[in-house]
Design a protein around this ligand. Structure first.
Ligand code: FAD
Length: 621
């Protein structure tokens, strides 16, 4: 049957990409349907119950700056919060939260259910409704036809999913969930380049069978950090410790003894796994000289005894899993509640996407999350938000939008995927961003909230709070610049004890903060009162301390921006550009960069080759 209502946007899949996509589309006013296998698994964390970490928290805070759900749900579900790299510079600082997976899911579901313009429907999508090269809707498992202007596909690890434990395998989307076989087959008929990837997860353990007294406790930070700009530490649930233990020589021996029944080492699994989240058998093989590996023992929640032993992801046979787990200190009597496994799934070459995440060959069809070759909730959520916004913008006839590499980690990720593609699961790192000093987690709001407001993504509450912070920052900056400390006064005496060389002339407070020996706290209260808004105070301090570097990076960005504005036509015939190597002609022809800046990031591209393109473009005009 044809469903009686017509939608602007249909989102397939209620994971991390799908929920952000549906929320973003609905926030800007599009009539949106979220179609997912099971309402109970909305926002489910397939693997470790943790959000954030290095590079990833930047994405979470950017989603948050655009009023997405991930950071707010983390504040409501987080049971241990830490700021990683706290002693290093602000560019690489990252907030990480251990989450209670039940509370996290409940928070996501509540945000979804309270979002105006958004309907949820439980059923598998089996087919797409097509008209020529345009997508027009979705057909479900029982034949219900939903019609829409745009469709966002976020099927995660479910497309053609095959689960492996040792040499046994069966189809599945993740443990306990069915795969999407029909939809995967249908997508393989469309002009999309498909390949296989794999990922894995460790066995889960019953905490009642674990001896924590021989492990090292790892408490969260105090004061407890928050993930969301709107977050309050008092909305966090009860906080708990994680623990650390290690594998040992015996563990490694057991693993080596099981490799002849490993699906990875016997060639049963063909897909490539995440390099930075390897299985324990992979680690033993790649780092053969290491006699131990760290295992973080993380609680799965406040109302369950299940533990997530982070660091021993495996697809070895269950008997080997049992033995290897019990060889680890503290796990000698461990009871495994769920076996570890690996999953292989279809992903699509992201080079077939536009920066808006619309597929190049099928109008109105957008892809986000794991199906684009990424791994991680944060990477998925960020793509979901962008795809959801753009799918809705297309339906509502509004401007498309995506951030550039100098505006957001989201921009870096999408540009990396589209320009370079990926042959292994892509995860975010701070090292992927060339403008790290500008793209900090602490300034995600200042980079994106104003744009998000203009696009209709940011609601009134966040906007009011953001404007108040911005004003507080401005006022504080002016106060610091206009407040002077003179030598020989009581205030200067207070500072001299902390300085290498004493003050010999007058300085304003802003210049004093720039000194390496001093910080905002040493200076701001010398005359007058420090800013009440702690986020504003932190921002003022960072902006002053790093102003030299920030200015230099802004100048570099300006230069690259000029290339960003030089568009390369869709029908550019690269074979006509004389002087370009055949290899580069082929790469440019295959990857079809949209701008000169994107072309410059293609592997093997040289400044000389960019000049040749520029000369050719000028001649064409
Ligand atoms: P998912 O979260 O998988 O959500 C997909 C959603 O789509 C589900 O709700 C599903 O029910 C729904 N769906 C699928 N097909 C259909 C259909 N036809 N119709 C309707 N609904 C459909 N990430 C890491 O960062 N590190 C790791 O070590 C790691 N290990 C992992 C191990 C395993 C075993 C798995 C399964 C995942 C692992 N991940 C890991 C990946 C992480 O779970 C994903 O990156 C993240 O969940 C991707 O989000 P997503 O929204 O793209 O997909």
């Amino acid at each position: 049957m044809d469903y009686p209502d017509r939608f602007d946007v249909i989102v397939i899949g209620g994971g991390h990409a799908g929920t952000e996509a549906a929320l973003a589309a609905a926030r800007i006013g599009a009539k949106t349907l979220l179609l997912t296998h099971n309402i109970e698994t909305l926002g489910q964390m397939s693997c470790n119950p943790a959000i954030g970490g290095i590079g990833k928290s930047h994405l979470v805070k950017e989603i948050d700056a655009l009023d997405g759900a991930m950071a707010r749900a983390t504040d409501r579900g987080g049971i241990q919060f830490r700021v990683l790299n706290a002693r290093k510079g602000p560019a690489v600082r990252a907030t990480r939260a251990q989450a209670d997976r039940i509370l996290y899911k409940a928070a996501i579901r509540s945000i979804l259910e309270n979002q105006p313009n958004l309907q949820i429907f439980q059923q598998a999508a089996d087919d797409l409704i097509m008209e020529g090269d345009k997508v027009k809707g979705v057909v479900t498992q029982t034949g219900i036809r939903f019609h829409a202007h745009s469709v966002v596909l976020t099927a995660g690890t479910f497309l053609g999913g095959v689960i492996h434990v040792g040499l046994d395998h069966h189809t599945g989307g993740r443990a306990g969930d069915p795969p999407s076989i029909r939809l995967a087959q249908r997508l393989r008929e469309l002009p999309l380049r498909v390949d296989r990837l794999k990922t894995g997860t460790p066995p889960r353990i019953d905490a009642r069978s674990v001896d924590f007294s021989v492990m090292q406790p790892q408490p969260g930070d105090t004061p407890i950090p928050v993930m969301s700009f709107m977050g309050q530490a008092d909305e966090h649930p009860r906080q708990v410790n994680c623990f650390i233990t290690h594998t040992n020589a015996r563990t490694h021996e057991i693993i080596r003894g099981g490799l002849d029944r490993s699906p990875m080492y016997t060639g049963v699994i063909e897909g490539i796994g995440p390099r930075y989240c390897p299985s324990i058998e992979d680690k033993i093989n790649r780092f053969a000289d290491k006699d131990q590996h760290q295992v973080f023992v993380e609680p799965e929640g406040l109302t369950t005894h299940e533990l997530y032993p982070n660091g021993i992801s495996t697809s070895l046979p269950f008997d080997v899993q049992m033995e290897l787990v019990r060889s680890i200190r503290g796990f000698e009597q461990a009871h495994i509640t769920r076996p570890g496994y690996a999953i292989e799934y279809d992903f699509f070459n992201p080079q077939d996407l536009r920066h808006t995440l619309e597929t190049r060959h099928i109008q109105g069809l957008y892809f986000a999350g794991q199906i684009n070759g990424t791994t991680g909730y944060e990477e998925a959520g960020a793509q979901g938000l962008l795809a959801g916004y753009n799918a809705a913008a297309r339906a509502l006839d509004r401007e498309a939008w995506y951030p550039h590499r100098d505006e957001a980690y989201m921009g870096v990720m999408v540009d990396d995927l589209i320009t370079l593609g990926t042959s292994e699961p892509y995860r975010m790192f701070t090292s992927r961003a060339e403008y790290r000093l500008i793209l900090r987690e602490d300034n995600a709001d200042l980079r994106l909230t104003e744009k998000g407001r203009a696009l209709g993504l940011v609601g009134d509450q966040r906007w009011a709070r953001f404007e108040a912070k911005r004003e507080a920052m401005e006022q504080e900056l002016q106060r610091l610049k206009n407040t002077w400390i003179h030598p020989g006064t009581a205030e200067s005496e207070q500072l001299n004890g902390k300085l290498k060389t004493e003050l010999n002339r007058e300085y304003n407070l802003a210049d004093l903060i720039k000194r390496p020996e001093l910080g905002y706290r040493d200076v701001a209260g010398l005359k007058g009162f420090p800013a009440e808004d702690s986020q504003a105070a932190e921002q003022v301090e960072i902006q002053l301390k790093y102003s030299g570097y920030i200015e230099r990076q802004k100048a570099e960005i300006e230069q690259v921006r000029r290339q960003e504005n030089t568009r390369l036509p869709d029908d550019f015939d690269y074979s006509q550009v004389s002087g370009l190597s055949n290899e580069l002609k082929l790469k440019l022809d295959q990857q079809r960069p949209e701008t000169l800046a994107q072309a410059s990031r293609i592997q093997g591209m040289t400044p000389a080759a960019i000049s040749l393109l520029l000369v050719y473009l000028k001649k064409r005009q």
